[in-house]
Design a protein around this ligand. Sequence first.
Ligand SMILES: [Zn+2]
Length: 514
Amino acid sequence: MIGEDKALNSDYLDSQLVSSMKPGWPKEKAVPLVFAEKKLFVACAIDEKDTLIETLKPMVNNIPIELMEVKKESLNSPAPAPKQEASAAAAPEAPKKKNTLGSELLATLDQIESRSINATDENAIGNEVKMLMAKAAKIGCSDIHFEPLENALIARFRIDGVLRDIYKYPCTKQADYRKILIARIKIIADLNIAESRIPQDGRVTENVDGMKLDLRVSTLPCLHGEKCVIRLLPHENSFLELSDLGMTDDLIPEFEGWLGRSQGMVLITGPTGSGKTSTLYTSLAKLVDTTKNVVTVEDPVEFQLARVNQVQVNAKAGLTFAAGLRSILRQDPDIVMIGEIRDRETAEIAIKASLTGHLVLSTLHTNGAAETVVRLIDMGVEPYLASSALVGVAAQRLLRRVCKDCAEDYKPTEKELKVLGKENDPEKDKIILSRGKGCQNCNNTGYSGREGIFEVMPVNSEMKEIIQKNADIEAIKAIMERENMTTLYDHAVKKVLMKKSTVEELLRVADKSD
Ligand SMILES: [Zn+2]
């Protein structure tokens, strides 16, 4: 199934896996789910487990298979439909048949800027790859995708969470960029260029245009060649100051005060993709000096920090967050960073560490600062321990910035003033906001780049009392309000009034009731 003649693509792997099963694959007994960690995960019925492995292995070029037991009935549910984009490349049984939606997508290819490079000039090929990496790094792109189509290779960038087509490389027999460019990237990432039938991945640091880039490269065999994705990992230098993340001067002294403590626990919370890891790393970078032993336990280690001892979680080998943390505490640490607190055991060890002379930083997956306290107690942490340990909690989200190239000033409507809490402001007529008209640089979205909004909640003595008693969210929120602590909503309002973002974006990201 992972053969060169079959279509696979990380974006729609599960449906593609299903539709590309080899003839003779026992469909009623085994359904491939996902290819991850260099293994193919296959769902199978409980009583079939032993016999299946031997049948399936030769059909997938002997790559390791992990069987996941499911009820027999669930194997017969219909496979998810492949995404539109896949239609041209999928369905080996009927390669000629293209649906209308797929054809329309292919028609948009005409609009992508076309590049041609001398296919026999090694330098030109190397420079093209470096040019793409430099361009991506400069505009803050997180991933570069190379997608092989029937007669072209498309380069796409993921910017602010959205993929955009950047260049197209039309391919001929003499100049097949699907092979030439991908081979060059594989050489850079130290992958096996002779092997194009199985997925590969690697990690490398490259110097491009004076920038040091940490790259994670992965390849995946698809119908028209190998698809390659380069993830640009954030680099140490990208985390200099809290203000670069969007924290404003009214919040920074409080937050930095927490980081200056010799013991206690500081938590950063938010959903996935809210930027909390960047805040954690920026905080840690501020704390590193030659007099301190800074240790982290992470899953995964997202990027390397100088003079920090970073431990990678390896659950299979028994090195869990909790186990790692226990070992770290025997190593005389001053500052401990835990990538994420997911369970009671980790929470308890972390709290005990923060009560015995260590500063502990971590993240938790909750919506707001007040909820975080309650979540810890729901996890089973003793309220008196939580209340003693917590120094402060910062909740955060990412807000899109108005594109500087097409920003225009405008007078807000009454409705917008109300959202901003300014409907009764005597100065409301003077308020001017900003919005992006849309231009080429922002792909007509009116936005370019993102920055954080923060809710910074110091856990004061009054809160500690409430946490010990019953940890009531509403009571904690009441204190926040009385003490004029900035909420996520307040901070988003501030960013809109500073003309950095828009009312529309505020409403998308922050909820007044939070
Ligand atoms: Zn623009």
